[in-house]
Design a protein around this ligand. Structure first.
Ligand SMILES: Cc1cc2nc3c(=O)[nH]c(=O)nc-3n(C[C@H](O)[C@H](O)[C@H](O)COP(=O)(O)OP(=O)(O)OC[C@H]3O[C@@H](n4cnc5c(N)ncnc54)[C@H](O)[C@@H]3O)c2cc1C
Length: 441
């Protein structure tokens, strides 16, 4: 079998790249190992940049229709007093502060998003999808060996994209090294019905607990509850009612909702990992999404990074075919655009993870003060929202840090709405080869 681009893995990243290629008329084949859609909880929060990408792909309408809009995330710090939790302080992060058509996030069921991408890609005759089909390795002719049913097939391609998630075999074949970090905490994650007025994102924290609530369509809410690593079995042994009470003491509105959860098997244990491949490209192979990097889920970035990688790599390959500019060097444009952006988001997510996972006595008050300063200070607030949105990067300065820890007062900045647009990625930043042409080291 022969194709121009073989995409290994039909997750959100692989499908975004494949859809872009199919739209350019490039013969693209996706192999996906699962039989149907797996019932696993995965990333569901789409950041503004990903919404912008789906808009450009002509998918804005069905994506928006299938999701629930998040305008803000309320962060409540609680303190235990006389046996129950009281509010210590509250801060609200607002997407509306960003100057963009997409100044909101969207919660969309992961499998629904994949279904929309696949449905759209299937409209193009140059798109081929083989499922279930498992990539095994490359043979001596540099072709991919894929098992389809009981048969093993050789697939030749001009380019191979490894989009098979964390345990990527393409990454192994590329022989790249990983910069890894393990965490001392895990999460329990589960979706259930929510109160109708719980329509925005909410994070509730104490020095010892963390609960994230992110509303989904159909009056559901995806929840993430932090536990120390290794605590899962002992929590389970206390019975599901014990978990209900943990949720309810942090968020009493969930009484009558979380209590509908009767089986542990609905609850998924999520083990955060953080790694970054030192290179995304080798020869005619490239890796994207979780194959190239894995991010702590605290900032809701995993699936966005995969989509954004797929967009840049897809656009680059379209250009390379259109201009007959095939070279291993040109493929490096993809890494040049994406790697530093991913590095930045990885460290942002890592810092958020540290801020919420250290059970020290005074950590709650410190966190509360710093979140309050961050949202009171217009510049810091705008930087934070721009940075997590994926629409741009505006790094924090030394003065910002002093404000955040409360050593300087919060600022009100004139023209902040125009000022921050200078830090937004332009078309030329996203796809620099269009203007610069051939890659040079
Ligand atoms: C269990 C879990 C829970 C998560 N929860 C969250 C969360 O709450 N919030 C958040 O922001 N992010 C979360 N993430 C991260 C987020 O879902 C990922 O970052 C995102 O899905 C990455 O997309 P991807 O396309 O790179 O990879 P994936 O979504 O992992 O897709 C890879 C695809 O490749 C297929 N595949 C694998 N090996 C082969 C092979 N050999 N041959 C053919 N196909 C293959 C897989 O079946 C899969 O469909 C979670 C990830 C996991 C694994």
């Amino acid at each position: 079998m022969k194709t121009q681009v073989l995409v290994i893995g039909g997750g959100v990243g692989g499908l975004t790249a494949a859809l872009k290629l199919a739209k350019c008329g490039i013969d693209v084949c996706v192999v996906e190992q699962t039989k149907g859609s797996p019932h696993l909880y995965k990333g569901e929060l789409l950041q503004p940049k990903s919404l912008e990408i789906f808009d450009a792909l002509g998918l804005a309408e069905p994506v928006l229709r299938s999701g629930h809009r998040i305008n803000e995330i309320e962060m409540n710090e609680m303190k235990r007093k006389k046996g129950s939790y009281r509010l210590l302080g509250s801060a609200v992060m607002r997407y509306g502060i960003i100057e963009s058509k997409y100044n909101f996030a969207l919660m969309i069921p992961h499998e629904k998003l994949k279904e929309l991408l696949l449905e759209e890609a299937k409209k193009f005759p140059s798109f081929h999808y083989i499922q279930p089909a498992r990539f095994k390795a490359f043979n001596d002719n540099s072709a991919a060996i894929v098992s389809i049913g009981k048969e093993e097939t050789e697939i030749q391609a001009d380019y191979f994209i490894g989009a098979e998630g964390r345990k990527s075999n393409v990454r192994k074949a590329m022989n790249v090294s990983l910069n890894e970090h393990a965490y001392d905490h895990h999460f329990l994650t589960v979706t259930f019905k929510r109160p109708a007025d719980m329509t925005e994102g909410k994070i509730i924290s104490t020095p010892h607990a963390f609960l994230g609530l992110f509303p989904l369509p159909d009056n559901e809410v995806r929840t993430v509850y932090l536990i120390q690593s290794g605590a899962y079995q002992s929590l389970k042994s206390k019975g599901i009612e014990h978990l209900h009470s943990k949720y309810i003491e942090l968020c009493p509105e969930l009484n009558g909702y979380v209590t509908e959860l009767r089986e542990w098997k609905k609850i998924q244990l999520m083990i955060p990992v953080h790694f970054h491949a030192d290179s995304y490209v080798s020869g005619n192979m490239a890796i994207l999404g979780d194959s190239a990097h894995s991010v702590h889920p605290m900032a809701g970035e995993g699936m966005n990074l995969a989509i954004q990688d797929g967009d840049v790599l897809g656009e680059l390959l379209c250009w390379m075919y259109r201009h007959n500019e095939h070279s291993q060097d040109n493929l490096k444009w993809y890494e040049k655009v994406r790697k530093s952006r991913v590095d930045f988001i990885l460290s942002l997510s890592h810092l958020s993870a540290l801020a919420y996972s250290k059970p020290f006595r005074y950590f709650g008050s410190l966190r509360n003060r710093s979140l309050k300063q961050m949202t009171d200070d217009e510049k810091l607030h705008t930087k934070q929202m721009l940075n997590i949105s994926g629409l741009g990067i505006w790094k924090e300065s030394f003065v910002d840090r002093l404000i955040q820890i409360g050593l300087m007062p919060a600022r009100s900045i004139q023209n902040i709405e125009f000022l921050h647009t200078r830090y937004m990625f332009t078309y030329e930043n996203d796809y620099p080869w269009e203007a610069k042409g051939r890659y040079s080291r």
